[in-house]
Design a protein around this ligand. Structure first.
Ligand code: NAD
Length: 339
């Protein structure tokens, strides 16, 4: 009779799992137990996607407090082992979500956060790459596009296994705005944001539909006036949403937690979902930059499927966004010596 257990070794650490369980139970890790990290760990626990969630923070006591609090919701929600841990616990994590960093202050742009958070990444990412060489990195820390690029360089992982949350959140915000404007469920709105998660983000209105109907056609069919200015205002409100929320509650956390859970679900369930995650590539003629366009997300990570066919002004706006991110990346590269 064969052994009841199978073993695997990663970096000298032996992992034992039961042969009765045909799949390895899914472990997820959240680095950074602040507002975003704690909300994300909670959303992940509620989702039931993982058998284990490990939370890591330089502030060990904060990580422990969040893990205890979330654990107490387990009997009322979804069976998950939630605990505070260290980098050694990452060896079999399917996805490592990085939310650690300095938070955006009122009036501060995401790019201003860059240097402080890049320094923090120099401590975190090499540890993750060493302890979890097969994992997929999912970055949320802002400015997320530049830091996804930094994580790509520091980890040495292939680009499809280094994903930024990108404009998944912005796209949900846009769908909320357009849904409210046309009085339809935002899930029926197929509109999305591309480019930077930030001030240079772009809404490709030429591709926006409500259940396959272009917005102008939807209005014609519904006998309601199509007002270009009001529609465009949805993009402005999407872009300024984070500033408005931060002005009122100091942070944004719930919606990004849901966006991260959506991306994790696409990975661990091998969904092939098209999501506007951020990844390294060539966009609008700008090489070796990191930004969002719809990409296929599955258990192998994220890959861009097809080139977006945009109107000339949308292509130009995407190029301008790519150039701004590239400039921020270049401002970092020499001091960081990551290239
Ligand atoms: P926060 O200050 O509440 O939490 C940050 C946590 O990171 C803290 O608990 C801190 O102890 C921890 N930390 C700092 N250095 C660390 C290190 N070296 N190792 C491990 N942990 C470390 O901030 P927050 O509100 O949770 O926001 C976190 C980040 O997420 C910010 O950069 C914010 O701008 C970003 N964010 C991104 C999006 C998005 O759409 N991508 C949305 C909201 C917030």
């Amino acid at each position: 009779m064969g052994s009841l257990f199978a073993t695997e070794s990663i970096n000298g650490q032996v992992i034992v799992y039961s042969r009765y369980c045909p799949f390895k139970p899914i472990k997820l890790a959240v680095i950074g137990a602040g507002n975003v990290g704690a909300s994300t760990a909670y959303a992940l626990m509620l989702s039931g996607l993982a058998a284990e969630i490990v939370i890591i923070d330089v502030n060990q006591s904060k990580a422990e407090g969040e893990a205890m609090d979330i654990s107490h919701a387990v009997p009322l929600s979804s069976q998950t082992r939630v605990y505070a841990g260290g980098y050694r616990d990452l060896y079999d994590a399917a996805v490592v979500i990085v939310t650690a960093g300095v938070n955006q202050k009122p009036g501060q742009t995401r790019l201003e956060l860059l240097q402080a958070n890049a320094n923090i990444f120099q401590k975190i990412i090499p540890e993750v790459a060493y302890h979890a060489p097969k994992t997929t990195l999912l970055i949320a820390t802002n400015p997320v596009d530049v830091l996804t690029y930094v994580a790509y360089k520091l980890s040495g992982f292939p680009s499809h296994r280094v994903i930024g949350s990108g404009t998944v959140l912005d796209s949900a915000r846009l769908q909320t705005e357009v849904g409210a404007m046309f009085d339809v469920n935002p899930r029926s709105v197929n509109a999305f944001v591309i480019g930077e998660h930030g001030d240079s983000e772009v809404v490709p209105w030429s591709l926006a539909t409500i259940q396959g109907m272009r917005l102008r056609d939807f209005c014609n069919g519904a006998d309601i006036p199509y007002e270009e200015k009001s529609v465009r205002a949805c993009a402005t409100r999407t872009k300024t949403a984070a500033y408005e929320i931060i002005k009122r509650k100091g942070v944004t956390d719930f919606a990004i937690a849901s966006a991260l859970t959506t991306i994790v679900r696409a990975i661990v369930r091998n969904e092939d979902s098209l999501l506007t995650v951020s990844r390294v590539g060539t966009y609008a003629g700008v090489e070796d930059v990191c930004l969002s366009v719809p990409a296929r997300v599955n258990s192998k990570g994220a890959r861009t499927l097809s080139r977006l066919i945009l109107e000339p002004e949308e292509e130009e706006a995407l190029r301008s966004s790519a150039l701004q991110i590239k400039e921020a990346i270049n401002s970092l590269m020499d001091p960081m010596q990551t290239s």
